[in-house]
Unconditional design. Structure first.
Length: 231
């Protein structure tokens, strides 16, 4: 998490590199982040979604992760990854109902360490995109702390925050439901996909960002930092 008054994202990366031992987090930070003064069109982005058992990363856990890369207004489906997290814990009934992921399916998943290390490699030199990015940021941060004792700075774009800013600039009243992924996709005339699948939601978020950029019209004139989540 960072604010307008904290060191730049790039400076935070360099500061962390001075302190971190060898490992996946350091490897991730070895690659510079995209220039925040550059265009979003020349920025490598990876759209990410997590499915979890709840909203508290300290007591809940990851069920699955989905992500896909995008660049210059194009989504590269060949880069799509969907990983189930192996767990020996019985899943809450509501998680099975919502996500359609059973204990048997989870037992065949990959270890969380393997998935996190794969993500750290895939995310190097890219900006992470998510809808309600605090969830992905907090769970990935907690997973890194649990595994390695430290977590990296994670520059992110949040489509929910972009939509909130759009409403605020126009002094338009909006309900929380209007900021949901499916509602914003509907507003931008995008098709409705099956919810609660990490990869599908990551793809849906990537498409939403492209729709937001097209709607803005002048996005090519705006620096990347205009899109970065400050929360």
């Amino acid at each position: 998490m960072f604010s307008l008054f904290s060191p730049s994202v790039e400076q935070q990366r360099l500061n962390q590199l001075k302190k971190l031992p060898d490992g996946p987090v350091r490897d991730y930070l070895e690659t510079p982040f995209p220039d925040l003064k550059g265009s979003i069109f020349s920025t490598p982005i990876v759209s990410l979604d997590f499915e979890t058992t709840g909203l508290d990363p300290k007591k809940d856990h990851l069920l699955s992760a989905g992500y896909v890369e995008m660049y210059n207004e194009e989504i590269f489906l060949g880069t799509a990854v969907h990983s189930l997290v192996q767990t020996k814990q019985d899943l809450p009934e509501e998680s099975v109902v919502i996500h359609g992921i059973t204990d048997d399916i989870m037992a065949e998943g990959s270890k969380v360490q393997t998935i996190v290390e794969e993500m750290m490699q895939a995310f190097k030199g890219k900006i992470i995109l998510a809808h309600h990015a605090a969830i992905e940021r907090n769970f990935l941060t907690q997973a890194c702390k649990n595994l390695y004792g430290h977590a990296p700075v994670l520059p992110m774009i949040d489509t929910l925050e972009l939509a909130r800013q759009w409403f605020d600039r126009r002094q338009m009243h909006f309900s929380p439901n209007e900021l949901r992924l499916y509602a914003l996709r509907e507003r931008h005339h995008l098709p409705r996909y099956q919810a609660h699948n990490a990869l599908v939601d990551a793809l849906a978020t990537a498409e939403l960002l492209l729709a937001i950029i097209e709607y803005m019209g002048n996005a090519h004139k705006l620096p990347l930092k205009r899109f970065i989540n400050k929360r």
